[in-house]
Design a binder for this molecule. Structure first.
Ligand code: BLA
Length: 507
């Protein structure tokens, strides 16, 4: 029966996820005018505040709250200026009866949204104080992946989630789990890839504005906002609401993954979504707003550190690309050539461009290193490339599409980067990359795919992703292509020199 209410899967990208009109059970939401009159209230205000939507709508907020609480909230409201700004106040005794709440507020159009969550009574921990030591540990990581690993470990301790992952978006927008922290009995997703559609574009756009969302219990009843329109007749925009109920499609996905609670925090780079810290729990799991705020702050600082580390790695790669010229010139001056020194040459090139094998024809014999086609297949690719524009690198992450039927599928070659060595006849040094779908495997039996229920399931997503990338390699990055272009010039120079040396020797 549940499926009947779900939108068509092909309509995913059009689902208006910020206009679904409901909040989750853990908090309630009021919309108030700028003179504090309550315009809308979620139906669960009864459970959270002890006041029904009917009691609230049309009255002023100060009719219900203690003077102390009103003072705190007013002060916060005054700091909000811009459209997207939000404020938070923790541990407010709303009614003056000792029951404390965390409060979130933000502007929405001409009104304000204000959300309340009950605070656990026995709270003694200062989460903000934990952010600094966590960050200090992250900084010790030497690579982006090490930093991510340390971040999920730290957040596991802070939040109690059972599976925490860093999910990184690739250039084609699909994603891969690059770091993970599991508690006992949880299935590992490390290294798995998922298609871009698992997080549709409107969700990604929202996640660059609203950095953390929690789904405390996928089966908890959601609560409607009453009435469902604002005074101007528009559906309430919940983009920045922390209690926003999530897409029913996504809830189905989580249920199929046996996840009962989920939280994800955006990792941004230059304002774009770089990835997510995705957290799962097999039971309902709510962490209060103050802890979530500490997680959000940590993730913002962590993103900054991660950006620095990535930029550093990128700069180091550019330096290595420049050094490669010197290294190759020195090798050749020491008498090495493509035939005798292929291993050293491959190692030097491997420092700036990632590949799984290379091949070329040197002095009439076919030389290879690692993953490579047969000589006949190599010849077929070379004949194909002879038609490509001269004096440029040729690159593809889908060899079978670029040069159909040149190479047998058993070779599992997905990517090719060809560097011209000679004009007449045209000769190339070719770097090969393995087919990526064969590199990655789903943890667990692939036959389980068909046994599992539900229309959307990460196993099926993974299978669909593997299908779309069959025959493809990981993409060549812009930095690698820049390095390859420098390498192209170096190689032409070296080959020219080799030929003139040989000519001189022959005279
Ligand atoms: C949202 N999908 C999400 C989110 C994640 C994923 C992390 C953010 C919400 C959250 O915190 O749970 C996907 N989660 C993953 C993936 C992994 C994971 C890939 O843990 C892997 C380890 N999803 C689909 C399909 C559709 C879809 C086919 O698989 C649409 C037809 C929709 N996903 C979808 C929507 C949202 C979403 C609409 C937004 C939910 C919201 O914020 O309201």
């Amino acid at each position: 029966a549940r499926s009947d209410r779900l939108p068509d899967l092909s309509e995913c990208a059009r689902e208006p996820i910020q206009f679904l009109g409901h909040v989750q059970a853990f908090g309630c939401l009021l919309i108030i005018s700028n003179d504090w009159v309550i315009q809308n209230a979620s139906a669960n205000s009864t459970e959270i505040l002890g006041l029904t939507a009917g009691d609230l709508i049309g009255t002023r907020l100060l009719d219900h709250l203690s003077p102390g609480a009103m003072h705190d909230l007013r002060g916060k409201f005054q700091t909000l200026s811009g459209e997207d700004e939000s404020g938070r106040v923790f541990g407010v005794d709303l009614m003056g009866n000792g029951r404390c709440f965390d409060v979130a507020l933000h502007r929405t159009g001409r009104s304000y949204a204000i959300e309340f969550e009950r605070k656990a009574g026995d709270r003694r921990r200062d989460d903000m104080a934990l952010v600094q030591p966590l960050l200090a540990r992250v900084r010790k990581g030497r690579t982006p992946v090490e930093m991510c690993q340390s971040a999920v470990r730290g957040l596991a301790a802070l939040t109690g989630f059972a599976r925490l992952m860093v999910y990184r978006f690739e250039p084609d927008q699909h994603g891969v789990v690059i770091a993970e922290c599991l508690s006992e009995g949880m299935e590992s997703y490390l290294g798995l890839h998922f298609p871009s559609g698992d997080i549709p574009p409107q969700a990604r756009a929202l996640y660059t504005k609203s950095l953390l969302r929690i789904i405390a219990d996928v089966d908890a009843p959601v609560s409607p906002i009453l009435p469902d329109r604002d005074p101007e007749g528009r559906v309430v925009d919940l983009s920045l609401a922390v209690t926003r109920a999530v897409s029913p499609i996504h809830l189905e996905y989580l249920r199929n993954m046996q996840v009962q609670a989920s939280m994800s925090v955006s990792i941004l780079r230059d304002g774009q979504l770089w990835g997510l810290i995705a957290c799962h729990h097999p039971e309902p799991h709510h962490i209060d707003y103050e802890t979530r705020s500490a997680v959000e702050l940590f993730t913002q600082l962590f993103s900054y550190e991660l950006n620095l580390c990535e930029e550093w790695a990128e700069r180091a790669q550019v330096e290595r690309a420049h050094d490669l010229h010197e290294r190759l010139v020195m090798l050749f001056e020491a008498g090495v050539d493509f035939g005798t020194g292929l291993e050293q040459i491959a190692e030097a090139i491997g420092g700036v461009v990632g590949f799984d094998g290379l091949a070329l024809c040197a002095n009439g014999s076919y030389c290879t290193q690692g993953l490579a086609p047969t000589e006949a297949e190599f010849g077929r690719i070379e004949r194909h490339l002879a038609r490509a524009p001269a004096g440029r690198i040729f690159v593809t992450d889908f060899l079978d599409q670029a040069c159909p039927e040149a190479v047998a599928p058993e070779r599992q070659i997905g990517g090719l980067l060809a560097l011209p060595l000679k004009q007449h006849p045209r000769r190339f040094l070719m770097l090969f990359r393995r087919e990526v779908a064969r590199d990655v495997v789903w943890a667990g039996s692939p036959t389980k795919i068909s046994e599992e229920g539900g229309r959307i399931h990460p196993r099926k997503s993974f299978a669909a992703w593997a299908e779309t990338v069959r025959g493809r390699s990981a993409p060549w990055s812009p930095a690698e292509l820049r390095a390859a272009d420098l390498l192209r010039v170096t190689l032409l120079e070296l080959v020219l020199k080799l030929t003139s040396d040989q000519n001189a020797a022959g005279q």
